[in-house]
Design a protein around this ligand. Structure first.
Ligand code: UDP
Length: 326
């Protein structure tokens, strides 16, 4: 069986490729390296069942994807960091983000139809915007600012969801959508800009941990290994055709608590600094997934405690920073 992972050199995509290879699948990893890194998949390049293709899904897809039989298509290709201070943020790549989730999704859906492949669209908790329902079940339609600074991401993901459902209704495509909540782990980019990456790097480099807003906003963080199991189950479980499924960890805490946990776990002397009293524009005040559907349909729930996942992530960043200093 052959799997195409679009965005396979990204943070989550590379873990997915690695795990699928371990399960015995042939894996084609497609990436344009806008935010993905070759280093993320470098250890996989020597495996005979792994093929890396440098291509942009918003441009005509490489011929080889029509010539080879493909059984499953995961679409994870999009910038995903919201922090404007990061060069990798969708806020600094708004057109590329919108193209990947609109034109790119269309091209991959067309390929899935032609190949009679099963399709999974990686959507996001950001489709819920700044939610007025808490925790967020899949039935919640969200509260999104359509012209705000985050809208290039939120709205293009919403468009990608709508497109996926047109293919499900009109062409009976075997497709599903997963809405991924905050995820962390090894291979996050040092410049990623998201809270977990920023706080760990700041703690390890003796810089102040930068809190935006008063730090009372909440999030729930899922370790990447748990998430990858959920992604595979969402694709491979028979009953998920035409379903939308939240994947994330329901353990919720404030951003200030997150900073304190990271300061403690690293033993850092960095101060925790309130950067600005106001939250960044359209920054959600709270976020926690309702994962009842994933539990029921996939028999899935996160297993890795935050303290354990954090330890592994800190070790990764320690190695990465040491390597950079050489
Ligand atoms: N955040 C912060 N300091 C940072 C990075 C992020 O206080 O250096 C906040 C951010 O404003 C948000 C929360 O942490 O309220 C989570 O942000 P992240 O970028 O991880 O992802 P989001 O949940 O907003 O998609």
């Amino acid at each position: 069986m052959q799997v195409l992972v679009a965005g396979g050199a990204g943070f989550i995509g590379s873990h997915l490729c690695q795990s699928l290879l371990k399960d015995g699948f042939r894996v084609i990893c497609l990436d344009n390296f806008l935010t993905g890194k070759k280093a993320n998949v470098a250890p996989l390049l020597s495996q005979p069942k792994f093929l890396l293709i440098n291509a942009d899904i918003s441009k005509p897809l490489p011929e080889v994807l029509s010539e080879e039989k493909i059984d499953y298509i995961f679409h994870l290709a999009s910038p995903a960091s919201p922090n404007a201070s990061s060069p990798l943020s969708y806020m600094n790549l708004p057109l590329e983000t919108m193209d990947a989730n609109s034109i790119g999704t269309r091209r991959l859906l067309r390929l899935a139809r032609k190949q009679k492949a099963k399709f999974l669209f990686a959507s996001t908790s950001e489709v819920y915007g700044d939610p007025k329902e808490h925790p967020q079940p899949e039935s919640y339609w969200g509260y999104v600012n359509p012209i705000g600074v985050r809208s290039c991401y939120d709205e293009s993901k919403r468009f990608g969801e709508a497109l996926t459902f047109v293919y499900i209704r009109r062409f009976k495509l075997n497709a599903r959508i997963v809405r991924i909540f905050n995820t962390y782990g090894p291979r996050m980019d040092i410049k990623d800009g998201r809270a977990v990456a920023n706080f760990i790097v700041q703690a390890l480099t003796h810089e102040p941990l930068t809190i935006y807003g008063k730090g009372k906003q909440t999030r729930s963080f899922c370790f990447v290994d748990d998430l990858v199991i959920g992604l595979k189950k969402a694709m491979l479980t028979d009953t998920t055709k035409g379903q939308v499924i939240n994947l994330g960890n329901p353990e919720e805490f404030s951003v200030l608590d997150l900073a304190k946990k990271i300061k403690r776990a690293t033993g850092s002397d960095s101060p925790i600094k309130i950067e600005a009293m106001e939250l960044p524009e359209d920054d959600p005040e709270k976020r926690r997934p309702d994962i009842s559907r994933a539990k029921k349909l996939l028999n899935w729930q996160p297993k890795i405690r935050f303290s354990r996942g954090l330890k592994k992530t800190i070790t990764y960043f320690q190695d990465k920073l040491a390597h950079e200093q050489k």
